[in-house]
Design a protein around this ligand. Structure first.
Ligand code: GCW
Length: 682
């Protein structure tokens, strides 16, 4: 029933454009592999099946290069000496995971070659070649050299061992721990394949709110089975390490990172894991954050904790991804300042194989946040990005929101930490400070729903995350374009409006949830729907009222120099921009300033009127999304069409819910009428 949904962006629908189809056929008369590894067999199968589906007939499989217009796949070492020579220059342009797709002349005959320094790189090349066909690009004269710009391109599954998924809205966890290790669900293979097709090369199987049991032998053999499935697809397995594991499963009295027995316990644990999984990636750690145990329980600090674990995995080439998501109720003045305050002074103190994982913004995955002030502020420490693909604060998998637009906005932000042009992307890909270890993590939105992600369009967020992890400079429009073509149709009459709908969807959610820099006003616990009135939670910084600070005088969080001075954590150029009401971008206004209800916005509206109009605009934008989708009916199978249609209806209802709830609540403080153009709550 759900076959289409299940196939994600790997639909391989028959090429409808007959001119292109004949170009493809003429250029792919045979396929030849010069390899024999498990990975190269996967690559060959992908080519065979993909091309057969796209062109309607199977290409000839050849065992050697005979005739012309073949598609040749091989890693560098398996190329003939003259091919190695011809491609020498191109090889010097790619890194170990990069690939070449080139039209070449071999013994005076035209051929296409897909190659790279190893089989995984070739597999990436194969998926990229297939994408050219899926998106109707010409393959007459190919000359593509492409390499990933980051080392660790990884999904973080917040999956618990009982298969519930924290903040997961697409069913239960894919990992069936009960049936593993002997039962290999086809889904594990399909998962690995989908990830490989977009260049993802790592997966953290378990929740950062970790359970130490995953590190026991009973579970490690199950982890090993998954690692064996993922390996030929170039995907390394990582686990979360619960800091108190030496006590809970090791029977030690302490988990103090300076205690010799504890140090030894982790060393032995690492050795045990690497014996089973030689290419194990390492650990992701949430410590002393939201009640999780950590080094501070023993009077130690994050550096002590991270470095102790780093030493344990270093002999095996493992890494420690140590999260900077910390805040404490003991310093409730401004939660946004805490991660920077705590981590920035540690710059240069972590071991070489530690990378600090920082959320994109200083609070928590809001529809919009200014970039995290740590980016660019720790020149001697590799920092990796943590994006959230699952939509905890953005309407779960019910609302259509195209996240690459949000991701791009963060990556493009200029930190000015090393002068103009110090974009977040350059911190992440290591080019700003020449870091060797680089990475991007995405909190997964995948579950065992038939369509993987709950909302058919949420698949685009998984896809887009992978593409941006590979190349953080990609434009979100390009990503939407690719995804739509691979997932639905190449028809321009479909692509143009639906692409615009996706691109606009991010601003729509900001408008109907948290316009003008508002944040964290979602209802408590679940974070779904509005809750700006909530003020009675035990920790002050969990209350929405803490964030919007609405009163008779105005609304917003004063983080300027006259407020909490959080602005001072940015580079001087950005301090200037954010600190002044005149220069602070209006999209971030209430993030940095408490502003009177009569304050004049750039368009001349009062703040109250402007706020109300933006809520209305969000509602209007969802109505427009519905219009666009209704017109897309003839290009989409009825199943996916209807699913999206129903979901958009819910989104429309809930956009109104957000508008009405927030405006009615804030109106008590502003004491003003709604401006014309804003629908009255019913
Ligand atoms: O925002 C919070 C989420 C928690 C999550 C935490 C984190 C895994 O509500 O569910 O815990 O972030 O990122 O550690």
């Amino acid at each position: 029933l759900a076959q289409k949904d299940y196939k994600l962006w790997l639909q391989f629908d028959k090429t409808a454009n007959t001119v292109l189809a004949s170009e493809y056929k003429s250029n792919i008369q045979g396929i030849v592999s010069l390899e024999n590894s498990e990975t190269s067999k996967i690559a060959m199968k992908e080519l065979e099946n993909g091309i057969a589906a796209l062109l309607g007939n199977k290409p000839e499989i050849k065992s050697e290069i005979t005739g012309e217009k073949n598609l040749i796949i091989a890693s560098q070492k398996s190329l003939t000496p003259d091919l190695q020579k011809t491609l020498q220059d191109d090889f010097s342009k790619i890194n170990s995971e990069g690939f070449l797709i080139k039209t070449i002349s071999f013994k005076n005959k035209k051929q296409i070659i897909i190659t790279g320094k190893n089989d995984i790189a070739v597999l990436y090349g194969v998926f990229n070649f297939l994408r050219l066909l899926q998106t109707n690009k010409s393959i007459q004269h190919l000359n593509i050299t492409d390499s990933p710009k980051t080392n660790i391109r990884i999904l973080n599954h917040w999956d618990n061992l009982d298969r519930t998924v924290e903040r997961g809205y697409a069913g239960f966890s894919l990992w069936d721990w009960q049936k593993l290790p002997d039962f290999i669900d086809q889904r594990y293979i399909d998962y690995a394949r989908a990830n490989a097709s977009i260049g993802i090369n790592g997966t953290v199987l378990t929740n950062v709110n970790a359970n130490a049991l995953i590190l026991t032998p009973q579970y490690l053999e199950k982890v090993e089975a998954l690692a064996n499935v993922f390996r030929p697809y170039g995907i390394k397995v990582y686990l979360t390490a619960r800091f108190s594991a030496p006590i809970e499963i090791g029977k030690l009295k302490t988990a103090d990172p300076k205690d010799p027995e504890v140090i030894n316990w982790w060393k032995n644990k690492a050795a045990e894991i690497y014996k089973q999984i030689p290419d194990f990636g390492g650990f992701l750690v949430k410590a002393n954050s939201e009640g999780q145990p950590g080094p501070q329980n023993y009077g130690r600090d994050h550096v002590d904790g991270a470095n102790m674990l780093a030493d344990a995995v270093a002999p095996f080439g493992g890494v420690i991804m140590w999260r900077a998501f910390v805040y404490s109720e003991h310093d409730a003045n401004d939660r946004a300042k805490q991660a920077y305050a705590e981590f920035q002074p540690y710059d240069g103190k972590f071991k070489e194989n530690v990378i600090v994982q920082v959320k994109n913004g200083a609070i928590d995955f809001q529809p919009r946040e200014p970039f995290h002030p740590l980016f660019g502020a720790m020149p001697k420490t590799p920092l990796m990005m943590e994006f959230q693909i699952t939509q905890e604060y953005l309407g779960f998998s019910t609302h259509l929101v195209f996240l690459p637009k949000l991701f791009q906005e963060v990556l493009e932000s200029d930190t000015y930490q090393k002068g103009k042009g110090s974009h977040v992307a350059k911190v992440i890909d290591g080019t700003l400070y020449q870091n060797k270890l680089t990475g991007i993590a995405g909190v997964s939105n995948i579950g065992n729903d038939l369509n993987w992600t709950g909302h058919p369009f949420a698949q685009a967020n998984w896809y887009g995350f992978g593409r941006l992890a590979w190349n953080p400079y990609l434009d979100s429009e390009t990503i939407a374009d690719e995804w739509l073509r691979c997932t639905f149709s190449n028809d321009e009459n479909f692509i143009k409006p639906v692409k615009k709908m996706m691109i606009d969807s991010r601003e729509a959610v900001v408008n109907y949830m948290t316009p003008l820099g508002l944040h964290h006003i979602m209802d408590t616990g679940h974070h779904y729907g509005p809750g700006p009135w909530v003020s009675d939670l035990s920790r002050p910084e969990w209350n929405p009222t803490y964030y919007h600070k609405a009163n008779k005088n105005g609304i917003g969080f004063d983080r300027s120099k006259s407020g909490t001075n959080a602005v001072s954590q940015y580079a001087p150029e950005m301090v200037k921009v954010f600190n002044s009401l005149e220069t602070c971008p209006e999209k971030d206004l209430l993030w940095f300033h408490h502003v009177s209800w009569d304050y004049k916005l750039k368009d001349g509206q009062t703040l109250w009127n402007g706020l109300a109009l933006q809520y209305q605009e969000g509602v209007n934008q969802v109505a427009e999304m519905q219009n666009v989708w209704n017109k897309a009916k003839k290009y989409v199978d009825s199943e996916r069409f209807n699913e999206v249609k129903m979901l958009l209806e819910i989104q429309q209802k809930e956009a109104k819910w957000w508008r009405d709830a927030c405006l009615l609540y804030f109106q008590q403080f502003s004491g003003k009428e709604l401006p014309s153009g804003v629908e009255k709550p019913t």
